[in-house]
Design a protein around this ligand. Sequence first.
Ligand code: FEO
Ligand code: CA
Ligand code: CA
Ligand code: CA
Length: 650
Amino acid sequence: MLKHDDNPIDNAQIHDDKESFSSNESGNRPFIDVLQANLSRRKVLAGGAVAAAAGFFSPAASAGIRGWDAGDKSFRDNDRINRELVGFKPVAIEDVVDTRMPTISEDYEYQAIIPWGTPIEPGITNEYAGDPTIRPTSSEAELQIGIGHDGMWFFPIDSSGRDKYGKNYRMRSDDGMLCINHEFGRNSHVLGKSFPESLEDVRLSQHVHGVSVVRIKEHFDGWKVEASDASRRITVNTPVEFSGPATASPLLQNPAGNMPLGTVNNCGSGATPWGTYLTCEENFNGYFGSASLDSDGFNAVRSDEQARYGFDFDGFGYGWHFFDKRFDLSDPEYVNEQHRFGWIVEIDPLDGTKKPVKRTAMGRFKHEAVAIAESKNGRIAAYMGDDQRFDYCYKYVSNEAWETAIEEGKSPLDDGKLYVARYNDDGTGEWMELTIDNPLLGERFADQAELLVYARVAADILGATPMDRPEWTTIGKNGEVYWTLTNNTQREVADAANPQAPNSDGHIIRTLDSGDHLGTTFTWEIYLLSSDTRGTEGVFTDPDLAWADNSGRLFIGTDGGQPDGLQDQLTVIDTNKKVPEPKRLLVGVASDEVTGFTVTPDRRTAFVNLQHPGNGNPSSTNFPAVPDGTTIPRDCTLVLRRKNGAIIGS
Ligand code: FEO
Ligand code: CA
Ligand code: CA
Ligand code: CA
């Protein structure tokens, strides 16, 4: 039954195992027939060049697209090294000799902070420091930094208070609330055994998942956790609210009448122009299972929608459903609990009394991450990937300017349109609206609420383009959107937007919307094929994390086995250059993933996460402890600084 945890595999596989199989039976392969005959990579790149000539960086699209997420614009990016935007000395392949510790560019330094088990405020509970003979209790874990560090965002604190939109007047770069996702931790890492034996074990597993909101402040000797009224843990047991069109849907109510609780498998992140944190629920299906049915029994009663969202009888082997009825798919009292996950969740980083809010207008799927662009008229567009093999790229557009909506007491994330992408083979694309007013969808769904709960099914019906696992999105300095497609070893037939079959190394697409992010068409090109970096010093594969600053630097974190003896890495690309030249800033430790990225407003400090170091195995690394062969390695955040204090990535 526990085939995942019994296997001494790495976490990429627990993440990837069932998860990476396609659940998309829609047959949406719109370009296969057109393109399979003789599509070559060169032709695809040539197609991209045509898109560029057609106005990829037209002036109309270049203004006003960066919100506060890129740092304070008053800080000038004038400290380039050697006149290069990305001027640091990269980590060479041969520099990576001991993967028990990270390797960083000699121009940079790091500090490891907030490892799993750190009290979220000093002194409020014990610290778990990686002693292999013990684990935290579930009540300790509820007050500690969780595991599986992933997406995050730094929100500066300022004693001068907030303006009417909740945004800070002055942005400090040495004191802030860090919102950080705790995507997942395997039972063997968290519990020290492959399966829970009690509700207490399940509660411990649950409490190391979720989100931390923690205050961190820079001192002369480094960054430290400090006390704050806003500090808190948000777990799968924390009260939450639903908002938007599906709020009152019967699909979100249970016969048990239990109030909405919690968030889980929080993968990537985003931030809004009004200063809130967005956390994305990705592989939520893996925490559900059937306590009473075996595989055949469950498959006999499984709905098409459950199949499309990847539910099965044992999930990913966490075993929560044996001790917590909410996660038992066969318990009729909790029949709709499964629909309460798979959303984007908004969190106020500076007000600990506010409940997290699930924004149903943005659709239910395996949300990887979200990047928000602001159009010149103040409306916002949110670009979002659904990370599974052969799943889709989405965009949400607010109906009103965000400031207007907030002045009217509404959320810009509740009232808007949701679109899914179709990539045409000529470098154009269409955003197809997922609306009940479309007769094709009106025929299938009772109302917009049901459509949003089953957004994947609606996207199938409209013929969206199945992609090679859409992970993060980020907005470049000219309003272009970068989409990481991490890999797809099951692709058998290439198409224009996914030009390799199988796609073992992944690629990055960039799109540019028509209509200042509000339009229903876009142009696109393949920005980079990871396989093209093989044989070069900048080699990387499996792009996942993506974050662009407003000077043209693109930061990419990887998640997957790296070539040439490397571990997962953080690489930086100057997108102003015609040909991407990745420069390696950091290499993580054995079996980790490098993910999550955020900067202080002055962009002189960055934070990046090492997720599942050593997959919890102390014989491969003990990080952040120095190598001793026994201390359990713990997920942690690295604070990065250029030694000369220059802007991150320079
Ligand atoms: Fe949680 Fe798709 O990475
Ligand atoms: Ca991950
Ligand atoms: Ca990811
Ligand atoms: Ca990934």
